[in-house]
Design a protein around this ligand. Structure first.
Ligand code: PLP
Length: 766
């Protein structure tokens, strides 16, 4: 797919690039006006004049009137100073015998800097006031009834001007009216970071006591900010020392930052570089339209009429934030899930949770934000790139599509909360079988299967579950039009009643489903439960499926990676499991890929050979020289199951161990070229999803490359473990997914596996 590599930066609420005029002003201040504003000589006086001129411009933009405006390092410092000032005053008033109230109130959607600072100084100063969130309505605005009820007890109220995740603009006028109506003595802190340059401000005309601002959210560099303090509001310096800023904030000033901020304020005052509100709203409409086309069913998480026009927060049904972020990043569009501080973690957005939005929306949220200096060309390019993202998802069958899908063949692993569904397909005959369907994946499976135009031959469970019903019936109902006729009449685990057989390596005849040139044969594998089954996928020859021709074995919860499935349920039997393991050994090869029903640590698959090396219980059972006796197995298995209960966590189905001492597999980006020069037959393997691969063009120029997403890694393993070994270098966006791929290959005995440390983010070669 043609795609320019130019980055489309749409994460302005996290930080912005520096305006060229601001960078130039900073450079000039560093090279020429580098004086210390406290020095008495001319160089110092010039520096002081520059500083005061910036303060005067800020006073004009903010309407700070007779209030103080002091330079700080950023909003977090401004918030510290404001909270410290208010809380020290409260402490003094209480010590003088005044009633100060019992509650420190903050909006439930505040940036974490506010509640965390309140808790911090409340504890350090020994105030022990109750730090309490003001709930917000579904539109993101403060619950004014709650505020009204709590104001009589409030010692401080913190309500941001506009929210960084959703862009929702607070109704500050209504909050002020409440404070006035109740003649509240509470101090009022308004985090105004996201308002600067986007909303008209006239601070001195309000009763706001403290308003912090941050330069890097509006085209100034990081490390410079402002704090407004209303005339007469209490003040305690956070930093004492040389007495700079009239003793309000000691420390030699960040003159370069101030100069840059001055240039941004100039641009704001002149209207140069910044777009009027009507243009910003038109940009938002264009982006919303492109998003709606790319992601059918998307919902916007905040009402546009109450939000900054520069922030769009949306969710797409069926996609986690992380998946959407990976998709955008592959298309070189930088967006964020929630706030930048928490977006590395796969946590649902607390802001959207506070708004009472459904859990799926909080877990799928993406924030797209641009700055008020955005140009029409930039927005048009962003819209075009967003539409490319939608097309890539359609080709990957993740959203319904009329586009020709990328062919799906072989084994696909889908996971949810450590459990796996395996989808086995034959692209030539367009047929598939689904093994161990998970309820969470129903929609995704349905979309994928119907987009690929597959006929479903069976939906199988590897065993019955005592604690929940299988979602098999639900999935079969959703797939009704795609089911083969014989797939409708099945036993209790989904096996069709009328099918042929194939002879397994142990000589027994097993029922089998044909899938192109392959078969899926069923064998009993009791142990984890009495009804447990194994499904063997291979290419039979003359009606016989010899062990070497079994490529994959779907063993449910009998064998997990690094351990055996538990056998301490009412329907379990360790004795049966012992027999099943021996039976399995006779029907499959040492390097047949075992595909488990649970994969807690993203290790994909294992083999009997790899398990034999792990030293676990399975290794002891399979030991050719001194196999574990049945009695010893049963005893050790009981002990192993007891250990699972001690470390309950989520490991409900069996013990699992990590395998992570693989320090020499990390290849630094700067070593890549040399590595390829030294290994002529090396191959890069992109393990990102196929839509990410399609979107990012040729990220590592000229080097031989294939795309095998992690969900299809097991398919790749089959070819690599049985083919001619060659050096493989896995890569992804950040190095996390590629680590897992390389570790898996090493664990399975494939020594020539490396990964690109730090991922494309560090290793991109254009
Ligand atoms: N408050 C809000 C609303 C923000 O968006 C941010 C930055 O994400 C901060 C405070 C913290 O600002 P700084 O990075 O300047 O400390």
């Amino acid at each position: 797919m043609p795609c320019s590599f130019r980055e489309i930066y749409l994460d302005a609420n996290a930080t912005t690039p520096v305006l060229p005029a601001a960078a130039e002003a900073a450079r000039e201040a560093m090279m020429l006006g580098f004086g210390n504003p406290s020095s008495a000589h001319c160089t110092g006086l010039k520096a002081k004049a520059l500083m005061e001129s910036v303060r005067a411009k800020a006073a004009k933009v903010l309407g700070s009137g007779a209030g103080k405006l002091l330079f700080v390092s950023g909003a977090t410092e401004g918030i510290q100073t404001a909270v410290l000032s208010a809380l020290c005053a409260l402490k003094e008033r209480r010590e003088r015998g005044e009633t100060i109230g019992t509650e420190l109130l903050y909006g439930a959607t505040e940036h974490k800097a506010v509640p965390e600072t309140l808790k911090h100084w409340n504890r350090l100063l020994g105030l022990n006031l109750h730090v309490l969130a003001i709930p917000v309505a579904e539109n993101g605005r403060h619950d004014l009834d709650f505020l009204s009820q709590h104001l009589p007890q409030a010692a401080l109220v913190a309500t941001m001007a506009a929210n960084n995740e959703t862009g929702v603009i607070s109704d500050l006028a209504a909050i002020e009216a409440l404070l006035n109506a109740q003649q509240s003595r509470a101090y009022w802190l308004v985090d105004s970071v996201q308002a600067l340059g986007k909303l008209a401000l006239n601070l001195a005309a309000t009763r706001i006591d403290y308003a912090p601002f941050s330069g890097h959210k509006l085209y100034a560099p990081k490390g410079i900010g402002l704090l407004y303090v209303r005339q007469g509001a209490p003040f305690t310096p956070l930093m004492a020392g040389g007495g700079q800023e009239s003793g309000l904030r000691s420390g030699t000033e960040n003159l370069a930052g101030m100069a840059a901020l001055g240039a941004v304020l100039d641009a704001l005052l002149s209207g140069r570089d910044f777009q009027p509100r009507a243009s910003l709203e038109a940009y938002r409409e264009q982006l919303a339209e492109a998003l709606g086309e790319a992601f059918p069913g998307l919902s916007f998480n905040a009402p546009f009429e109450l939000s900054l026009p520069t922030t769009l927060n949306f969710s797409v049904p069926g996609f986690a934030s992380k998946e959407l972020l990976d998709l955008f990043d592959a298309a070189h569009i930088r967006v964020s899930s929630g706030s930048a501080c928490s977006s590395n973690k796969a946590m649902p957005s607390y802001v959207l949770q506070a708004m009472g939005l459904p859990e799926w929306r909080a877990a799928s949220a993406v924030r797209l934000s641009f700055g008020p200096a955005a140009t029409p060309e930039f927005i048009a390019a962003a819209c075009a790139r967003i539409r490319e993202c939608g097309a890539a998802l359609r080709r990957s069958c993740l959203i319904a599509s009329e586009l020709e899908p990328l062919p799906g063949d072989g084994v696909l692993q889908l996971t949810a909360n450590g459990a796996c569904t395996w989808l086995v397909s034959d692209a030539a005959s367009k047929r598939c079988v689904i093994i161990d369907p998970l309820e969470e994946l129903t929609e995704r499976i349905e979309k994928y299967v119907s987009c690929q135009g597959f006929q479903v031959l069976a939906v199988l469970d590897t065993h019955g579950h005592a604690d929940h019903a299988s979602p098999r019936a639900l999935l079969m109902a959703r797939l009704d039009g795609l089911l083969a006729d014989f797939a409708r009449e099945t036993d209790h685990l989904g096996w069709p009643r009328r099918l042929g057989t194939v002879q397994l390596a142990d000589g027994l005849f097993a029922p089998a489903i044909s899938l192109g040139t392959k078969v899926l044969a069923r064998m009993p594998l009791p142990g984890h439960t009495n009804d447990s089954l194994g499904f063997l996928l291979g290419e039979p020859e003359d009606g016989r499926l010899s062990s070497e021709r079994v490529h994959f074995a779907f063993t449910g919860d009998a064998i997990l990676i690094g351990g055996l499935g538990r056998t301490d349920f009412a329907s379990s039997s360790a004795e049966s499991l012992y027999a099943s393991l021996h039976a399995l050994r006779l029907t499959i090869a040492a390097d047949t890929l075992l595909c488990p029903a649970h994969d807690y640590n993203n290790q994909f698959a294992t083999t009997l050979a790899a398990e034999a090396l792990s030293g676990g219980l399975l290794a002891k059972v399979l030991d050719e020289h001194l196999p574990l006796s049945l009695a010893d197995f049963v005893r050790e298995k009981r002990q192993a199951d007891a250990r699972i209960n001690e470390h309950a966590e989520v490991l409900l189905c069996g013990a699992v161990e990590h395998c992570r001492d693989l320090t020499d597999m990390h290849l630094k980006p700067e070593a890549l070229e040399r590595f390829f020069a030294e290994h002529a037959d090396a191959l890069l393997v992109d393990v990102r999803e196929s839509y990410e691969h399609a979107l990012s063009g040729q990220p590592l120029n000229g080097l031989p490359m294939i795309s095998i997403p992690l969900s299809r890694l097991t398919n790749g393993l089959d070819g690599w473990l049985h083919g001619e070994p060659r050096p493989l270098v896995f890569f992804c966006r950040s190095g996390n997914r590629s680590t897992r791929a390389a570790e898996t290959l090493r664990r399975l005995g494939y020594a020539q596996a490396w990964h690109l440390a730090g991922g494309l983010a560090l290793g991109q070669v254009h």
